[in-house]
Design a protein. Structure first.
Length: 560
């Protein structure tokens, strides 16, 4: 990619040579009109010069068009190179529930937009400014020094603009991101916000954030606008000053009228890159901030895909002395947790809220790495499989079920671009949701708009179970899988777990409800992040639970 971008930039530089040389057409034409055509009163010379100018400007149009297309493709190449790693990094950050810092998918558009703006071509034109200023010296040294002084003032203005506005623009962009993130949170939780009467309070908070962002943006724009207006006005004044001084030298007989006009045109061309840079400085600052955010995001330590592709593992999960500390100095969420699950076994992981069940599930699925200890699947550490392949071997049903824009079949197939229809239907049947899907308006082809799908909470949970079962995972991790299930849904869940065990797979169920452990062989009891007990299900129930008889009765009912 770097080689292709380098070639495109060299091509842009090559075209810039000719476009800037052709920009001399106007001054030279004016010089010839005033000093030769008007003096000789030759109509033939005027026609010949005009025809030549028309041809030169035609070539300028072609080359300028090519230059613009080439530089825009640089932005497209950068976007193409950044899309995949940025998307992975953003998803990994969200999966690990890391706090939002810098870097987002919108930053890619900001960087690409820079290459579609006039300022990037002005950068290629800037090296030609000394050439145009030197040409003015040829007409008269005093005009040259006037142009240099004016250009110096404009350059100082551009530097001052950068020094005084970059912090203000950065704060405005940061506040705008905060307001946008809060608005997205409110939108995603719209049902809860309305039900709890929070709409007014949320709206007031968002408006305050938005007003602060607008206020900061207006202050930054006021500064940038003042510099832009000054730059434009001063350049026009400078060109008028160039004409006035040039006219004075014409009256004194030190230069011709054609040279006076040509010098004024050259000055405008020489200072055009500076004026463009100041007027487009907001685009540059946004792209600069976005590039820094992307660089920070992509250089953060993430999940590295292994070079060696391991074969599908057997369903043997070995958790060894896993400890998890979320913050330095904080109490461990998990402490020295050890157990193993063999093929054909199901283990129930129970405990009070906050005992570490969900954290353990996220470690087993590879979402987060433990602070100490290790988890092995089929004898290999989880990270040796790589995130994408591990997801094929470990089916995961989280507490919060999410769906995405696409069909029901695509959601079951984990948003694969070419879902395997047979596997989709098989997974739905295992989850006991096949008949429910068929009852939808378009069956498996029913469009899902995010969370908007005409299914109950329990049916959504069973549909998410089908997604976890898709592609025959060797390990199934279920975090509170029956929290929204009715009796029929619980039966479907138990049937799916039983089928997994019969196929030599392994299942882990994090739960509070006794019916969910009716198919479990062993129980792991977590208390404060530590293992309080581990062993056969019935023994653990008798040993630790005061209402063991009632629990066993519920379990037997679930097995029937």
């Amino acid at each position: 990619m770097k080689a292709r971008v380098r070639v495109l930039l060299l091509n842009t530089l090559f075209f810039s040579v000719f476009t800037n040389l052709l920009m001399l057409t106007g001054p030279l034409f004016m010089l010839q009109i005033y000093d030769r055509v008007l003096a000789s009163r030759s109509e033939e010379t005027l026609v010949a010069l005009f025809a030549l100018v028309g041809a030169l400007y035609f070539f300028y149009w072609l080359i300028e068009y090519a230059r613009g297309r080439v530089i825009s493709r640089v932005g497209a190449r950068l976007q193409d190179a950044l899309n995949a790693p940025t998307f992975r990094a953003v998803i990994d950050r969200a999966a690990r529930r890391q706090p939002f810092s810098h870097g987002s998918l919108q930053d890619i558009d900001a960087v690409r937009s820079l290459f579609a703006s006039p300022v990037i071509l002005a950068l290629f034109d800037a090296p030609w400014t000394p050439l145009f200023l030197a040409a003015i010296f040829i007409f008269h040294p005093m005009l040259g020094w006037l142009a240099v002084a004016g250009g110096g003032i404009l350059i100082c203005t551009a530097i001052l603009n950068q020094l005084l506005t970059w912090r203000k623009t950065g704060k405005a962009a940061e506040q705008s991101q905060i307001a946008g993130r809060f608005a997205r949170q409110a939108e995603l939780s719209g049902e809860y916000v309305v039900a709890q009467g929070m709409r007014g309070a949320m709206m007031e908070r968002w408006i305050r954030m938005q007003d602060e962002a607008v206020d900061l943006s207006m202050r930054a724009n006021d500064w940038t606008g003042s510099f832009t207006a000054f730059t434009r006005a001063f350049r026009l004044f400078l060109q008028s000053a160039m004409l006035a001084v040039g006219a004075w030298f014409v009256l004194r007989g030190e230069m011709t009228a054609g040279a006076m006009i040509a010098a004024s045109i050259l000055l405008g061309r020489a200072l055009a890159p500076v004026e463009t840079g100041v007027s487009q400085w907001g685009v540059v600052q946004r792209a600069r901030g976005s590039w820094k955010g992307l660089k920070s995001l992509l250089t953060q330590e993430g999940v590295r895909e292994p070079d060696t592709v391991l074969p599908a593992p057997e369903a043997h999960l070995d958790v060894r002395s896993v400890t998890m500390v979320l913050k330095p100095g904080a109490k461990p969420v998990l402490s020295q947790v050890s157990f193993d699950v063999k093929p054909g076994q199901a283990i129930g992981i129970i405990g009070r809220s906050g005992s570490g069940k969900t954290t353990l599930a996220r470690i087993i699925t590879g979402l987060i790495a433990p602070s100490a200890g290790e988890v092995r699947l089929g004898g290999a550490k989880l990270e040796q499989y790589g995130a994408d392949r591990l997801g094929q071997y470990v089916g995961y049903l989280p507490q919060d079920v999410q769906f995405f824009d696409g069909t029901v079949a695509e959601n079951i197939a984990r948003m694969a671009t070419a879902p395997d229809d047979m596997k989709v239907v098989e997974a739905a049947k295992k989850a006991g949701v096949h008949d429910i899907v068929l009852s939808l308006p378009d069956g498996y082809d029913t469009q899902v708009n995010g969370a908007a799908i005409s299914l109950s909470g329990g049916q959504k949970q069973r549909l998410a179970l089908a997604r976890a079962l898709y592609d025959d995972p060797v390990i199934l991790v279920l975090d509170e899988p029956n929290s929204a299930l009715d009796a029929e849904g619980s039966e479907a869940l138990n049937a799916a777990v039983t089928a997994m065990k019969a196929e030599g797979r392994a299942v882990l169920i994090m739960t509070h409800r006794p019916t969910a452990i009716s198919t479990c062989d062993n129980l792991l009891v977590l208390d404060g992040g530590s293992v309080a007990a581990f062993g056969p299900r019935d023994e653990i129930i008798k040993k630790l639970m005061k209402n063991a008889g009632e629990v066993q009765r519920v379990i037997k009912e679930g097995q029937q």
